[in-house]
Design a protein around this ligand. Structure first.
Ligand code: NAD
Ligand code: UDP
Ligand code: UDP
Length: 309
């Protein structure tokens, strides 16, 4: 079962698990996910889709759960912040309760946002983070932190089989064109010949992982022995400023866009780079797709999407 399976990462995970001959139950309330992401799977006898909000209980029989339900982009998670916290917290309780009843292994899509605006660089799993509890990003960051707490309490209290991944910025085909994340924004703006919007001075950094690499990491984490719970960082350690990213996108698209400098959002982390030593040793995983190659694929996807609109 994949919650949030109609979203960007979830739909790629559906594809991947079906390829590996699993039966897949996708659960989504279509807040940020779309049926379009799954259209090619409708009719596959091993694929089922239910519209359901994970903040409500769910009774199904499954043996593995990937809990991905949660809007991931600041624009969407700040649209209804109370619902965002509910999705992470009530959603985790319901999915953990389900996992406990059916004795399923359960994966949590946590996030590098648990590190907040970090003083430690690059971020290791042992770092506790620096998150503003009352800022506009807190509904997401604190919701995800509380979900991690719940996962580890179910592990300690009920002996649940948990796997917690801390996912760093991931990009690729099927990102929502309007979800406000930097890679999709820059590519869509460049393709439309609109100004590319740099928030702040563009010197803040992020590390971008291509979706195929990330999904490999999910599968490898899910396949680890019972005694490995994580949390484990999954991300590409290559670190870029937003100005460098804009340059790369503009070079690829060869359009006429100019840069427009806008205000930096509140609590926007200055820097972010995963330390993936743990993933390398426990999962034998590391990303293999360069930012240049991943961006090429992503540009082709958005070109086609815009042409079809
Ligand atoms: P996304 O917005 O494309 O997917 C999230 C999916 O969850 C959507 O299909 C949405 O409709 C669904 N959803 C939201 N609230 C729900 C609810 N209450 N009940 C049922 N479904 C609900 O985002 P994504 O990038 O695919 O992210 C997937 C997961 O990975 C999220 O949990 C996110 O926090 C985490 N993550 C993603 C990134 C990234 O860079 N993409 C980074 C860190 C963590
Ligand atoms: N739950 C669920 N599906 C199940 C089992 C439980 O959605 O198959 C929900 C249930 O509504 C409960 C939550 O998971 O509120 C936590 O369940 P748990 O058994 O851990 O604790 P409870 O609150 O039932 O004591
Ligand atoms: N950003 C930007 N222009 C945009 C969208 C985002 O400069 O059009 C910046 C944003 O301020 C942040 C970085 O890009 O510093 C990554 O933003 P995103 O929302 O993709 O992810 P997150 O902040 O959650 O890492």
């Amino acid at each position: 079962m994949i919650t949030g399976g109609a979203g960007f990462l979830g739909s790629h995970l559906c594809d991947r698990l079906l390829k590996e001959d699993a039966d897949v139950l996708c659960v989504d309330n279509f807040f940020t996910g779309t049926k379009q992401n799954l259209r090619h799977l409708i009719g596959d006898p091993r694929f089922e889709l239910i519209r359901h909000d994970v903040t409500f209980p769910l009774y199904v029989e499954v043996d593995q759960i990937y809990n991905l339900a949660c809007p991931a982009s600041p624009v969407h998670y700040q649209f209804d912040p109370v619902q965002t916290t509910k999705t992470s917290v009530h959603g985790a309780i319901n999915m953990l309760g389900l996992a406990r009843r059916v004795k399923a292994r359960i994966f949590q899509a946590s996030t590098s946002e648990v590190y907040g605006d970090p003083e430690v660089h690059p971020q290791q799993e042992s770092y506790w983070g620096r998150v503003n509890t009352i800022g506009p990003r807190a509904c997401y960051d604190e919701g995800k932190r509380c979900a991690e707490t719940l996962f580890f309490d179910y592990y300690r209290q009920h002996n649940l089989d948990i796997k917690v991944a801390r996912i760093f910025n991931t990009y690729g085909p099927r990102m929502h064109p309007n979800d406000g994340r930097v890679v999709s924004n820059f590519i869509v703006q460049a393709l439309k010949g609109e100004d590319v919007t740099i928030y702040g001075d563009g010197q803040q950094t992020r590390s971008f992982c291509y979706v195929d690499d990330m999904i490999d990491g999910f599968i490898k984490l899910m396949a680890t022995d019972n005694d490995f719970t994580g949390p484990v960082n999954l991300g590409n350690p290559g670190e870029f400023t937003m100005l460098e990213l804009a340059e790369k996108v503009l070079q690829l698209v060869q359009g006429k866009s100019k840069l427009a400098f806008l205000a930096l959002p509140t609590d926007d982390p200055r820097q972010r780079q995963p330390d993936i030593t743990l993933a390398k040793s426990k999962l034998e995983w590391e990303p293999s797709v360069s930012l240049d190659d991943g961006l090429k694929e992503t540009v082709s996807y958005f070109k086609k999407l815009l042409a079809d609109q």
